[in-house]
Write a protein that binds this ligand. Structure first.
Ligand code: GTP
Length: 597
């Protein structure tokens, strides 16, 4: 097809507003996929993803469409990840498009969380087509949604009305894509310049890059160069998404496709990187490339020591597919041998943990997330510490610096008060407040990353009735009065429970933590003291009483099934316990610090 018959677009939507359903309908209408194949929602391929109802990895699909005027078009739909941890991936996916469908639930209206992506789309100069979906619902109120569109600067007359569920308005959407989204404007005769918006690992062919060609073209046999690293590869296969991968001879400017080039690791095919012709390179890479940088770290330990090698293999495999995951061996006195892993954010961390447990059948104990601290020692040495347990003793420390992020909170003005209160409690420094339109406000704070890591987002959500969105980017390091809080269980310090906290809140956190741990640590055969300490000073103490009855006695005389259930629960609970010294500590205890404050 000629370039003016190509349309590249994505769909922006709040969770549950119908993005996947609409995408399915478009595929169905254009014959890219049959109704039978539709049973499984196609765009979300990972199980985990489907269950959580969030889109994590960007995927692409190509559709052939004959318009009302009888012209043949190629439409490339690029799916975008739906969470703040992956906002960089979203921005790269959008950079590969000329237009975006903004899907809004007619009964819910524009949700604050969608705003961040709308602004990203506008920044990338995308044509935005509002699609008011679920008009079949009795509670649908398209007129109200149209007014909200005015509030965010979009033209309500351009909105389409659909019911993805009942297949209403689907053709209008395709016509709008054809008529309103501009054709790509790259130049076929210039040297190759292509943007990687995703890369996945294939056990036979290595890393497969998904890209959008801006200028030039790409075909097998070509020598290509990844511009951020200068690494060169020979292209072995190119193809399109139809919707399964389908090999083609060549991919031209304006088109979207995939490439295999015997790239062993996805870290050599990074999202946001520019691919060029090694023998005839383009002058400048595309703007905006950012190497993935882990922000949050935690320790992962197998419950059974002998699973250590298995854990290593599993992490190696996941890493092939996920350039932003990092890990290094680590030993804990309490937990034994494990790995310290780095993640983009908390959701990324949870996803990796779940995949390890499900896909690799590992039972893991994870420690509370931490950020990287810079420790300036009195002897002049500077350490970067991502595990609180490794912090030097207090008298060896000159000063400590912690990572600070620029946090942007977007929300309706009625919730500004509660958001500001929370940000200040969490050591945020107010920077700016700005009205984006009549009701929507953007608050900017400088905040310690460690506070964001500890549940800030959930807190923010609950205080603003779900309306606030959060976006943050790393800003730099700043000195802070921080101390290491140690936890002693049965008089022994448990290194995996140590955390680094602000001096001002240390006593309070120590007391709360000891209380929580008392709840989490089950009664043992003997009394177990739990203490919080800073250096040699014990600042809090709780006691877990000695056990009296066993589980079965508790329901003596009860019916059998109840007993069975209890035993089963106990067995399951046991799986996630780690024997530390003479005390069994359950998984929840290692995360207790997340549940306080
Ligand atoms: P995530 O994948 O979780 O981000 O959600 P999504 O935006 O992809 O939404 P999805 O397509 O999974 O739809 C969410 C729910 O809304 C599902 O239960 C759909 O069946 C339902 N739904 C989607 N479109 C319509 C519609 O037009 N009318 C009605 N009544 N329900 C719809």
């Amino acid at each position: 097809v000629s370039q003016n018959k190509i349309r590249n677009f994505s769909i922006i939507a709040h969770v549950d507003h119908g993005k996947s359903t609409l995408a399915d309908r478009l595929l169905e209408f254009t014959g890219a996929i049959s109704e039978r194949e539709m049973e499984e929602q196609l765009l979300d391929t990972m199980d985990l993803e489907r269950e959580r109802g969030i889109t994590i990895k960007a995927q692409a699909v190509r559709m052939d469409y004959e318009s009302e005027t009888g012209d043949d078009y190629v439409l490339n739909l690029i799916d975008t990840p739906g969470h703040v941890d992956f906002s960089y991936e979203v921005s790269r996916s959008l950079a590969a498009c000329e237009g975006a469908l903004l899907v809004i639930d007619a009964s819910q209206g524009v949700e604050a969380q969608t705003l961040a992506n709308i602004y990203l789309a506008l920044e990338n100069d995308l044509e935005i087509i509002p699609v008011i979906n679920k008009i079949d619902l009795p509670s649908a109120d398209a007129d109200r949604v149209k007014e909200e569109l005015i509030d965010i600067g979009l033209d309500p007359d351009e909105a389409l009305l659909t019911s993805a569920k009942e297949g209403i308005g689907i053709e209008d959407v395709l016509e709008a894509v054809v008529n309103r989204v501009p054709a790509p404007d790259g130049n076929q005769d210039e040297p190759l310049k292509a943007l990687i918006f995703d890369s996945v690992y294939d056990s036979y062919r290595g890393a497969i890059s998904y890209f959008r060609v801006i200028n030039g073209s790409i075909k097998p046999g070509m020598n290509i160069e990844m511009m951020s690293t200068g690494k060169k590869f020979e292209v072995s296969e190119v193809g399109v998404f139809a919707p399964q991968r389908k090999e083609v001879d060549e991919i031209h400017s304006g088109e979207v496709g995939y490439m295999a080039a015997s790239i062993k690791n996805v870290k050599d095919a990074r999202v946001g990187d520019t691919i060029t012709d090694a023998d005839n390179p383009t002058a400048k890479p595309l703007p905006g490339y950012q190497p993935a940088k882990p922000m949050v770290y935690c320790g992962l330990y197998p419950v059974e020591g002998e699973d250590y090698e298995l854990l290593k293999d599993a992490l190696d495999k996941l890493k092939l597919n996920d350039a932003s995951l990092t890990f290094e061996p680590e030993t804990s006195e309490a937990l034994g041998f494990g790995y310290r892993c780095g993640f983009l954010g908390l959701l990324h961390m949870e996803i990796i943990q779940e995949r390890l447990e499900r896909e690799y059948d590992l039972d893991l104990v994870t420690t509370a997330p931490s950020v990287v601290y810079k420790i300036y020692k009195t002897d002049g040495e500077v350490l970067e510490i991502e595990n609180p347990a490794n912090m030097p003793e207090r008298h060896h420390i000159e000063k400590i610096e912690e990572p600070i992020v620029k946090a942007e909170i977007m929300l309706p003005d009625e919730h500004v008060g509660s958001a500001m209160e929370l940000a200040e409690e969490k050591r945020g420094k107010f920077k700016n407040m700005e009205y984006l339109d009549e009701v929507r406000v953007r608050l900017t704070y400088d905040m310690p990353l460690s506070e964001i890591v500890l549940d800030f987002f959930d807190n923010l959500k609950s205080r603003t009735k779900g309306y606030a969105t959060l976006d943050y980017e790393f800003k730099g390091y700043q000195e802070a009065e921080l101390v290491k809080l140690d936890i002693l269980v049965n008089k022994d310090p448990v290194d995996a429970l140590s955390c680094i906290v602000h001096d001002e809140f240390a006593y309070e956190i120590g007391r709360e933590l000891a209380k929580k741990l008392k709840e989490y640590i089950p009664e043992q055969m003997f009394e177990v003291p739990i203490q919080a300490a800073i250096g040699n000073d014990v600042i809090a103490r709780e006691t877990v009483k000695a056990k009296r009855k066993d589980v079965l006695q508790k329901c003596y005389g009860g019916d059998v099934s109840r007993k069975k259930k209890l035993l089963k629960q106990q067995k399951e609970g046991k799986k996630r316990m780690k024997q530390v010294g003479s005390v069994e500590i359950p998984q929840e205890a290692f995360m207790a610090v997340l549940t306080i404050g």
